[in-house]
Design a protein. Structure first.
Length: 94
C-alpha cells in the first residue's frame, strides 16, 4: 500500500524535506449555469482537487505544496456559472 499524498497550502511540510519539485499541477471543476448551491460548489471543488491529485500521482509525487484555490463566476443573478481552480507544486520528499 502506498503512502497518502500530502497536501499543504504552505511551501514546506513540517518534518519533511523536499528532494525535488516535479512541476505545477492544476485541477478545474465547474458548476453549470443555474442556481448555485453549496452542494454544487463542493462538487466542483472536489472535482478540481481530484484532478490535481491525479496529476500529482501521474508524476509519482509524494505531495503537493503551495496549494491555492480560486473561484470565478460569470453570468447574472440566478444563471451564473462557477469555475473552481486548484493549483500547487508536485514534490518528492526525501
Amino acid at each position: 500500500m502506498s503512502n497518502p499524498l500530502i497536501i499543504a497550502t504552505t511551501a514546506e511540510v513540517s518534518g519533511r524535506k523536499i528532494a525535488s519539485h516535479l512541476g505545477l499541477i492544476v485541477g478545474v471543476g465547474t458548476v453549470a449555469f443555474g442556481p448555485i448551491t453549496t452542494t454544487k460548489t463542493k462538487k466542483a471543488l472536489l472535482k478540481a482537487m481530484n484532478q490535481a491529485k491525479g496529476s500529482a500521482t501521474e508524476l509519482k509525487a509524494d505531495g503537493i505544496v503551495g496549494v491555492t484555490v480560486s473561484a470565478t463566476s460569470s453570468g447574472f443573478a440566478f444563471s451564473r456559472g462557477h469555475t473552481v481552480i486548484v493549483s500547487g507544486t508536485a514534490v518528492k520528499f526525501e
